[in-house]
Ligand binder design. Structure first.
Ligand SMILES: Cc1cc2nc3c(=O)[nH]c(=O)nc-3n(C[C@H](O)[C@H](O)[C@H](O)COP(=O)(O)OP(=O)(O)OC[C@H]3O[C@@H](n4cnc5c(N)ncnc54)[C@H](O)[C@@H]3O)c2cc1C
Length: 458
């Protein structure tokens, strides 16, 4: 049995930073990683996908070059092997950096292998037994593979295996019209594949407001992506040209034949092989580890951070879990999970930046609301860039004068949304932002204008 002050399971987005804080505080730490340093974000999530999105954007702009007065001889040719190599390099560099920093961290012992609880204080990794009074679980999640008819009879891609493709699929069928699926759908369309998105719900990204879903659908369809929503029963069958996806939609033909199928239908936590029962760590019905406001689990001395606790599904939420745990343990703070204002982006182009409540969520409450909406066609910067798709919207509580939520679907929306996020975090009336003097010409400069044009909606 080897003794440590703390054990961290998983080198994803919370574990390495936590190892740094704990060892700086003088603790000995064992960090266990079974696969790739940096976890999902670095290896199969944010980093490779946003690198691919950047390549796809270049292809898209090259096709539009004439719109900007630039003449290219012929359309762009996409070298998928080089596109892939670029994404691989970005990920590999980040992965190597994280591993090197952990291995060079005084007081940190890096252990490779699958960690499993033997008891509330003991972790087994292969033949090794480790014990510590504090154990931090940062095991992340993986793609769900739904139990749809015929699934075992075909080969399919997930967000991980699609990254190994170095040739363009002839026709990619994306099952799942939400955040992960739409990013892949648009990038592959821009690389030159035929793309069909199949979604069970009546609309894309069904958690967003209807106007956002509609606008995103329009953006996809304008680029030639075929969108099939309301697919009541999806099944997959072998076909001599690849895979036949039976969709049973309200409209359109009942089948789609693709050369490749990507399953993008959600994620599940990596908690089924951790031995959580032996430690008395409770999970919910979907396997997410139940945590309190400080990320503590049902077992004393065990915390769960990142995607595995089901309280966030993003790199920034996993990192914020680390910040909460570290501040409470080491700085005597009393930070709470519920203080976090939800914010995220969908990285199609143009991107969707989101913060706080949707309009639908706000309307479901009793509060009096003010709502502002502005199309990107009325944003100078968007006009100048020739990227006028989308709109921005903000929802305000008219009594408290606080912004409840906002969406910016448009060029620069993933950056511009931070002005709204900052004012929400500052917890001051929206008038403070309305009186600000932003830089011209930017997308952000229209946020004060939007706030000056709010309409009562209840
Ligand atoms: C395609 C895609 C795109 C994404 N894009 C974005 C984005 O743009 N922005 C964003 O904020 N988020 C994005 N995400 C989500 C983001 O990647 C995750 O929210 C984030 O990686 C979660 O971090 P984590 O630390 O909780 O877990 P992970 O990063 O998944 O790390 C968990 C680590 O634990 C290890 N592990 C698991 N079980 C064990 C065990 N028993 N023993 C030892 N080690 C173990 C795993 O190998 C892994 O390295 C994306 C996700 C996907 C799939």
């Amino acid at each position: 049995m080897t003794h440590f002050d703390a054990i961290i399971i998983g080198a994803g987005q919370a574990g390495p930073a936590l190892a740094g804080r704990l060892t700086n505080a003088g603790m000995t730490v064992a960090l266990v990683e079974r696969k790739l340093f940096g976890g999902t974000c670095v290896n199969t999530g944010c980093m490779p996908t946003k690198t691919l999105v950047a390549s796809a954007y270049v292809a898209h702009l090259a096709r539009r070059a004439a719109d900007f007065g630039i003449t290219l001889d012929g359309g762009p040719r996409i070298d998928m092997a080089r596109v892939k190599a670029r994404a691989d390099t970005v990920s590999a560099k980040a992965r190597a950096g994280i591993e090197a920093s952990l291995r060079g961290m005084p007081g940190c012992t890096v252990i490779r292998g699958q960690a499993r609880f033997e008891s509330p204080r003991v972790i087994r990794v292969g033949q090794k037994h480790l014990t510590a009074p504090r154990i931090f679980v940062n095991v992340g999640g993986r793609a769900s593979v739904p139990d749809m008819p015929g699934i075992e009879s075909v080969s399919y891609l997930t967000n991980t295996s699609i990254l190994a493709l170095d040739r363009l699929p002839r026709h990619l069928v994306v099952v799942g019209g939400s955040y992960v699926g739409l990013e892949f759908a648009q990038m592959y369309r821009r690389f030159g594949a035929d793309v069909t998105v199949v979604e069970m719900a009546p609309r894309l990204i069904a958690r967003e407001d209807e106007d956002v879903s509609e606008s995103v659908r329009q953006i996809c369809e304008d680029e030639g992506i075929s969108v099939r929503t309301g697919a009541r029963c999806i099944s997959l069958w072998p076909h001599d040209q690849g895979v036949l996806v039976s969709v049973e939609c309200a409209d359109g033909p009942p089948d789609v034949v693709g050369s490749h199928v990507l399953l993008a239908v959600g994620r599940r936590p990596n908690t089924d092989d951790l031995g959580l029962d032996s430690a008395g760590v409770a999970t919910d019905a979907r396997g997410y580890i139940t945590v309190d406001e400080g990320l503590a689990t049902s077992a004393a001395g065990i915390w769960a951070l990142g995607d595995c606790n089901g309280r966030g599904a993003f790199t920034h939420t996993a990192y914020n879990d680390f910040e909460i745990v570290a501040a409470n343990l080491l700085d005597g703070a009393h930070r709470r999970l519920s203080e976090r204002i939800p914010a995220y982006a969908l990285y199609i182009d143009p991107p969707l930046g989101r913060v706080g409540m949707t309009e639908t969520q706000a309307r479901a409450g009793e509060r009096p609301l003010l709502i502002g909406r502005r199309p990107m066609t009325r944003v100078s910067r968007a006009v100048e860039k020739g990227e006028t798709q989308g709109f921005m919207k903000v929802v305000v509580d008219s009594e408290t004068q606080r912004i409840l939520g906002a969406a910016i679907l448009g060029t620069g929306g993933d950056e511009a949304i931070h002005g709204v996020l900052d004012i929400m975090n500052a917890d001051v009336p929206y008038g403070v932002l309305q009186r600000a003097v932003p830089i011209h010409p930017t997308v952000s400069e229209l946020i004060p204008t939007l706030l000056g044009d709010l309409q009562p909606s209840r």
